[in-house]
Ligand binder design. Sequence first.
Ligand code: 3PG
Length: 242
Amino acid sequence: MAVTPPATDADRSDAGGRQAWMDARAAVDKQLTARQVMQDAPVIPVIVLSDTTQAVLLAKALVAGGIRMLEVTLRTPQALACIEAIARQVPDAVVGAGTLRSAADAQACSMAGARFAVSPGYTQALGQACSDLGLPLLPGVATGSEIMMAQEAGLSELKFFPAMQAGGPAMLKAWSGPFGDVRFCPTGGVSAANAADFLALPNVVCVGGSWLTPADAVEQGDWSRITALALDACKLVRRAVR
Ligand code: 3PG
């Protein structure tokens, strides 16, 4: 269920209206878990955006292809505005924020309308901020110690990052023994060519990657190509989700 953010900047400056929206969204967000974010589709697209019009059209193209969990990375000055534009204008999408590195990032993303968060690493401060905000977090891990720290905070759905550079499917196989209760979203170097190798593993629920949103397709407004890539991604078979 989507909760529509305030329609105009005027609504936004009305503290009461803004608070009502935040409260309503927090109630909905409580129902969204990191596991649900991972289970929704085989791929979470990792998206870089610098234009709000493109953001809306891109989100619609991905939703048309069956992908609605969208990770918009905080890598451009316009990222928060793009998250807000998608949250307002594409109710069928569930927009999340990526590349969170601080509690302040979590706060800003939540205010913009992000409904889940993804980070390249894990810190207690970030974990606490996301928990306080009711923002499901998929934190990045690349070592056993990082997994144990995330688990101490009650997080068992984790992003394996950077997946190919940090050991690829072989690393996830090695982790499945000691960390059998953890589920991963490998991201970083994952593509249409190797996604199936990850998704065949019992501890991989989905993968993340930028290949669904090629920069040239976004630039040229080639939305049908992006919808086609999303449709292909939805056909990937997952062992962990049947
Ligand atoms: C990232 O943080 O950029 C993601 O890991 C995406 O990596 P990719 O471009 O290799 O898919």
